[in-house]
Design a protein around this ligand. Sequence first.
Ligand code: KIV
Length: 237
Amino acid sequence: MQQPISAITAYDYPSARLCDEAGVQLILVGDSLGMVVAGCEDTTSVTLDHMVYHTEMVRRGVTKAVLVSDLPIDTYQTPEMTLESATRLMAAGADAVKLEGGFGQIAKLERLREAKIPVCAHIGMLPQRVKEEGGYKKKGKSEAEAEKLIESAALLEAAGAFAIVLESVVPEVAGAITERIDIPTIGIGAGSQCDGQIRVLHDVIGAYPWFVPPFATVYGNVSDVVKNSVEKYISDI
Ligand code: KIV
């Protein structure tokens, strides 16, 4: 079996540079920055200006990995609007953009393909729709939902996506999508049968102790390091 594609989020210069030096293959400037950087409840208050600013920071730290930047909510409502927003992220230094959604996004992907802007798709649980959904829910539990996910993945591939993030998808369905399409699937909370895995940096390094998603494995303890160091500093002066 091939080594899975490794992907992680980063939001600023030092974290991006450290992830790049560690050898991760894809760095996402995720709109999850609304939560783990800005402290908001969800990603729905992130704007294009925020994403441009953070993409510029991350670009300065990345020399090897592919840098993908998220199109935030309400910035890709029509194909032309998608192109305008994506063009700003590319000008800020992204190598590609990511957008959430399936069937409704096909014309937008086609417009980006015409403009030669690479796109990563994102299906399953869509954090930008968390309010309508009433929470973060597993996707693909029913046969109808599973079929819809498989079909939308195939259409997104045909429309030009170079990869698809599968978020909170039932592992067997993620496996079926991975088998069905030729572009890589990159899972988060979607089991091990994807071509790659993506995680939020703060979950991996233990930098956001107030909430850790159930599927996350925490490999570091940055929050303790920060607190202990600052406590030592305070007692030292
Ligand atoms: O915004 C983000 O961090 C993401 C990942 C969870 C895939 O979209």
